[in-house]
Design a protein around this ligand. Structure first.
Ligand code: NI
Length: 148
């Protein structure tokens, strides 16, 4: 069994602000990330896939197929976007999901999981996990079998 990880990048802006907390609590909890005008990150997303080598190709995953899926579901919809305003799951009126990297990772993992069988109809490869790096020091991991 092999695990293959492919790295992608996109740039996006966000503001951490929870509608269920007061202005004061938001400022205290999120600090400068609560800046009303937002701020940006160069996000790094690592997608990890698990599978056996396919006999004919000697590969565990067709990277081109994976790229197409990740570009369509993640990079194109998120790149150079304001997550709070332009990505539906964070922009919906009520209840608003705060675009933390936990929630962003969850959304990315859900999107890939939801569309996985369409591009990889066989038993393998399976989506194992995604990791999202918001800064060089903050890495968030979401495992596909641990989410709905
Ligand atoms: Ni931020």
């Amino acid at each position: 069994m092999f695990r293959v990880t492919r790295r992608y990048e996109f740039a996006a802006s966000h503001r951490l602000h929870s509608a269920v907390l007061s202005e004061e609590e938001n400022r205290r909890l999120y600090g400068k990330c609560n800046n009303p005008h937002g701020h940006g990150h160069n996000y790094v997303v690592e997608v990890s896939v698990r599978g056996p080598r396919e006999g004919a190709t000697g590969r565990a995953v067709d990277i081109a197929v994976l790229d197409e899926l990740v570009q369509r579901e993640v990079v194109r919809p998120f790149d150079h976007r304001n997550l709070n305003r332009e990505v539906a799951v964070f922009a919906s009126v009520v209840p608003t999901l705060v675009p933390t990297s936990e929630n962003l990772g969850l959304e990315i993992c859900r999107r890939l999981k939801r569309n996985w069988k369409q591009v990889f109809p066989g038993e393998w490869p399976k989506l194992e996990k995604i990791r999202i790096g918001e800064t060089a020091r903050n890495i968030f991991e979401v495992r596909a079998d641990e989410i709905e």
